[in-house]
Every structure is written in structure tokens, then in C-alpha cells.
Design a protein around this ligand. Structure first.
Ligand code: ATP
Ligand code: MG
Length: 348
């Protein structure tokens, strides 16, 4: 096992800075998630750690050793699982998992032992004689993970490994992966653009945007205490509401942010709760079983056009009708302020 240290890393493709000055330390044994929209540089960063891309500038250290200049991928102590899994179609599951060990000329007994151990961990012992085409997407993913693991990597690099699975299978696979990572304690860097996956898996999450890390923190920290409007609206479903305040209605040049679950009928909040009230004109009610999402506008604000969302859990039975306006409120402790030009959080 090892820590991974990334210092001011940059990678340029043509005129595009795919990675644009990333500083990141991944602790020994940590499960770190790189989360961000398509094209923000996640894969490029991961491939740079693996040694499959040569950085334009900056440093990468694995276990305290500098690797970015001349340590080839096979000597970095890493194993990478790609989104496509890249299994060999004409080899059995056993041979797929054994492949890196054979390539390293490991003794036969050792190979047999390792493959059976990894297959056992992931519950695919019964499939060792099958071919990849005879497996479901979830099973193939486990084969790819087994193949990465038999090499006892110091660092496991996973690029959207669950993206090909259907929603139900993804839940199970997420749980399995997390339990497994806790069991073996291998430092893991996991790439995804799915915030649910990121929040559910990561000890910490690094949120990326256009080649930069916008915020690094625990899932709870990035959700409850976002550093800027990008993080505030990227993490959370539905996203945080952002309201441009009228002159005199708050600090100038400020956006007011509040999460849909904090935007509730005033009557639901305790009377003594210090809260900011808004008249909320409900345009549409979406019934989702566990919650209702209310879409509407704030007609008393200087710009009454943007849509705001309230998320009411099923436990709040207050009747809400489309086309009606109600007094809604946000507890003051749940309000966030952002600079309207830079998008950066204003604290204090
Ligand atoms: N080999 C390459 N040549 C030229 N440009 C590239 C290359 N690889 C990536 N890029 C560009 O670098 C940027 C970052 O790409 P990258 O694949 O790292 O994004 P990503 O965050 O992994 O996106 P996704 O979620 O879609 O996989 C994109 O603008 C992409 O077009
Ligand atoms: Mg990618």
C-alpha cells in the first residue's frame, strides 16, 4: 500500500489543458473519488498516475517515490480497471485473472492460489471455466477487478468501473466494492461522473471542473459546505437553488444558495426557527413516492423567472396544488452565500 502525491500536475493535448494544475494527496489506504462532468480531465489524471500519459508539468509520487519521469507503468505498483474491462474474449475467466501473474512468470501454484482467492472474494469461483461472453456485465466487472487485484497493487485505479451496469446491479456492485476495499485496504482512486456513486464510495471526493480540483473533502463536507457554485450545483440531486438577491435584500453582488430539502412550507418549520421566507409559486408537483419535488418561481424577487425546486419528504403531508402560491422558508443556518461574479463562497 502507498500514498499518492500529485503536485501541480498539468497535461496539455493540443491547445487544451486537460489537467490544469492539480494538487492532491491520496492517503495510504484511502478511497478517493474523482468526480466531475464529462471532459473535465478525470481519465487523463488517472492515466497520468498509471503512467499511460506523460504529464506536461508537475510531479507524481507513489509511496514517496517520484514516478512521473521515468518509472514505466509496470513498475509503479498500480493496477487499473478500465470502463470497458478489456477482458480477453478467447480466454476463460481463470486465464483472464491469471494473465498478469503469468506475464510476471509467477510460480504455477502461486497463480492457482491467487486466482482462487480473488475469485472467492468477489463470488465468481463458480465461473472460472466460463468465457467472458457467458457472463453478465456485473460478473465481467468482477473478473476485471480480480485481475487487477491478483497483482497485489499498492494503488488501485478504477475508471468508471460500474458505468456499464444497470441501476440495481450498480447498487450491489458499489456495496461489494466498498466492503472489499475496506477488507484489503488498498489505496484506491475511483473516477466517476455519478455523484451518488462518489458520495457513497469515497472517504473523500475531489470535485473536478475543466482540469482543476474545485474542492476536496468528505462527502458530507462537499455537500453541506460547498466552496463555490460549481460544487454546490454539481453535488446534490436536485441541485442547490441559487437566487440573485435584489439590491438591498442582502450583501451586494451575492447569490443566495439553499438546498431543495431545506426549502419547506413555513408552517412546517418551528415557529421559533430563524428562517428566511419567500412566496413560492408552485408550477408543477412531481410525485416520486419517497418525496415530492415542487417546481416553481419566486414572484417577489427582482428576477422572478428562474425555476426553484423544493423537496418535500413523504412525511410532510401538507397539500400543495399546482398554480397556487405559498409561504415557504429556509432556516437561516442552511443558507449559503456566494460571490455572484467569481462563484466563490462568502463565509462569515
Ligand atoms: N488523447 C487525447 N488527445 C486529445 N485530447 C484529449 C485526449 N484525451 C483527452 N483529451 C481531451 O482532454 C479533456 C479531458 O479528457 P478526459 O478524458 O480526461 O475527460 P473525463 O473527465 O475522463 O471525461 P469523461 O467523463 O467523458 O470520460 C477533454 O477535453 C478531451 O477531449
Ligand atoms: Mg473519462
Amino acid at each position: 500500500m502507498a500514498s499518492v502525491e500529485i503536485r501541480n500536475l498539468r497535461k496539455k493535448f493540443g491547445s487544451v489543458w486537460a489537467v490544469d494544475g492539480v494538487d492532491l494527496t491520496i492517503r495510504d489506504g484511502e478511497f478517493l473519488v474523482l468526480l466531475g462532468p464529462s471532459g473535465c480531465g478525470k481519465t487523463t489524471l488517472l492515466r497520468s498516475i498509471a503512467g499511460l500519459e506523460r504529464p506536461s508539468a508537475g510531479e507524481i509520487l507513489i509511496g514517496g517515490q517520484r514516478v512521473d519521469e521515468d518509472v514505466p507503468p509496470r513498475h509503479r505498483g498500480i493496477a487499473m480497471v478500465f470502463q470497458s474491462y478489456a477482458l480477453y474474449p478467447h480466454r476463460t475467466v481463470f486465464e483472464n485473472i491469471a494473465f498478469p501473474l503469468r506475464a510476471a512468470h509467477a510460480p504455477r501454484r502461486n497463480i492457482e492460489e491467487k486466482v482462487r482467492w480473488a475469485a472467492g472474494v468477489f463470488g465468481i469461483s463458480a465461473y472460472l471455466d466460463r468465457y467472458p461472453r457467458q457472463l453478465s456485465g456485473g460478473e465481467r466487472q468482477r473478473v476485471a477487478l480480480c485481475r487487477a487485484l491478483v497483482r497485489d497493487p499498492k494503488v488501485l485505479l478504477l475508471d468508471e468501473p460500474l458505468a456499464n451496469l444497470d441501476a440495481k446491479l450498480r447498487n450491489t456492485a458499489r456495496d461489494e466494492l466498498k466492503r472489499f476495499q475496506r477488507q484489503i485496504g488498498t489505496t484506491t482512486v475511483y473516477v466517476t461522473h455519478d455523484q451518488i456513486e462518489a458520495m457513497g464510495l469515497g472517504d473523500r471526493v475531489a470535485i473536478m471542473d475543466r482540469g482543476k480540483v474545485r474542492q476536496l473533502g468528505t462527502p458530507q463536507r462537499v455537500y453541506e459546505d460547498p466552496d463555490d457554485t460549481f460544487v454546490a450545483t454539481f453535488v446534490g440531486q436536485p441541485p442547490m437553488n441559487l437566487l440573485r438577491l435584489c439590491d438591498g435584500a442582502g450583501p451586494p453582488g451575492t447569490l443566495l444558495g439553499f438546498r431543495p430539502e431545506h426549502f419547506l412550507p413555513r408552517a412546517v418549520l418551528r415557529a421559533a426557527e430563524d428562517a428566511r421566507s419567500f412566496r413560492f409559486h408552485v408550477r408543477r408537483v412531481e410525485y416520486l413516492g419517497s418525496d415530492r419535488y415542487l417546481y416553481g418561481t419566486l414572484p417577489d424577487q427582482c428576477d422572478p423567472s428562474p425555476t426553484f425546486i423544493a423537496k418535500l419528504p413523504a412525511t410532510i403531508g401538507t397539500p400543495v396544488l399546482e398554480g397556487e402560491a405559498y409561504e415557504f422558508a429556509v432556516p437561516v443556518r442552511a443558507l449559503c452565500y456566494f460571490d455572484s461574479t467569481s462563484g466563490l463562497r462568502r463565509r462569515g
